[in-house]
Design a binder for this molecule. Structure first.
Ligand code: NAD
Length: 330
């Protein structure tokens, strides 16, 4: 018997990340090849003609799992009865743009979407925020949706994890899947801390395998932290294909669970683990179960080097939280 469809909202649906995301999402790569989907596509009024073109292309893909497509510019219509919300829509960061300007522009979008999710979405809705500043947007969205469990609000740091895995793999002449348990701590920004202290490559600790502590504590971290800016500089557009791939990885692992004792990085509301202020959306190592629950991996040893870096990115998130609350008119 066919499963009943799940209703999946993608915002910013006329944008470049959505263009790379909608096909794999609708053909079963994220929620399974036996899971029918109803797609809800939200963008702003001015982009509705472009969105029509996206809808036409989705229809022309003739995908068996895609049961319906609802394009809209109305947030309340978009949030109605949804099971999953992939919140991509935001003003993208352009070359040279300050993070605070971006925060001011985007935080209000996520306040409105939080209120709408609160009123119209299923209480079990799983939310991943992609639009930057992703962690703080997710914090605001959660704040304005008090009837939905806080742990259902997450932000994307999987792209940073994938970037870190790829850097190590390239260095070792391996593929990224040979590198396990890389952690991204903190904010999806250049203060994030890509940590390989607990990671394994081909069964060995990464420090032991790479044999270059200076690189692991220096250029490796810097490269991952600034990769988004490097892509913008080269492409004149922010990462889209790799962001779409990471969104799929994040949602698939949350939906189906992580493998064995492996963990992945997701920005989730802190429960106070590792001394991180409760409620802040901070990227942690997490393990997920097939019932769509997840937990923060406990008991990892944190050395002084890591502690300092984890605090720097926390401080940035605390500052962003204060600014966001101010912009929302608390
Ligand atoms: N977290 C990550 O890892 C990560 C990675 C890459 C990009 N991003 C961020 O993702 C966001 C989208 O990037 P993109 O390249 O697709 O940008 P884009 O400009 O191509 O598309 C954004 C779309 O969002 C729409 N939009 C704007 N306001 C909206 C609203 N209120 N409701 C619905 N839609 C709205 C725009 O009209 C546009 O179609 C940006 O904020 C970017 O910085 C995050």
């Amino acid at each position: 018997m066919e499963k009943s469809p799940i209703r999946v909202l993608v915002t910013g649906a006329a944008g470049q990340i959505a263009y790379s995301l909608l096909y794999p999402l609708s053909k079963g790569d994220v929620f399974g090849h036996d899971q029918p989907i109803e797609l809800v596509l939200l963008d702003i009024e001015a982009m509705l003609t472009v969105l029509d073109g996206v809808v036409m292309e989705m229809q022309d893909c003739a995908l068996p799992l895609l049961k319906s497509i609802i394009p809209t510019a109305d947030t309340d219509v978009a949030c109605k009865d949804i099971d999953v919300a992939i919140l991509v829509g935001a003003m993208p960061r352009r070359e040279g743009m300050e993070r605070k300007d971006l925060l001011r522009a985007n935080v209000k979008i996520f306040k409105a979407q939080g209120e709408s999710l609160d009123k119209h979405a299923k209480k079990s809705v799983k939310v991943v925020v992609v639009g930057n500043p992703a962690n703080t947007n997710a914090f605001i969205c959660k704040k304005y949706a008090p009837s939905i469990p806080p742990e259902n609000f997450t932000a994307l740091t999987r792209l940073d994890q994938n970037r870190a895995q790829a850097q190590i793999a390239t260095r070792m002449g391996l593929v990224p899947q040979d590198v396990k348990n890389v952690i991204i701590w903190g904010n999806h920004s250049n203060t994030q801390f890509p940590d390989v202290r607990h990671a394994k490559v081909a069964g060995k600790g990464v420090y032991e395998a790479v044999q270059d502590d200076a690189w692991l504590k220096g250029d490796f971290i810097k490269t991952v932290q600034t990769r988004g800016a490097a892509v913008i500089k080269a492409r004149k557009l922010s990462s889209a294909m790799s962001a779409a791939k990471a969104i799929g990885d994040h949602m698939r692992d949350w939906w189906f669970g992580t493998k064995g004792d492996e963990y992945v990085s997701m920005a989730v509301p802190s429960d106070g683990s590792y001394g991180i202020e409760k409620g802040i959306i901070y990227s942690f190592p997490v393990q997920a179960k097939p019932d769509h629950t997840y937990s923060i991996v406990q008991g990892l040893q944190i050395d002084e080097f890591s502690k300092e870096k984890m605090t720097t990115t926390l401080t940035e998130l605390q500052e962003e939280k204060c600014s966001a609350e101010e912009f929302c008119g608390y």
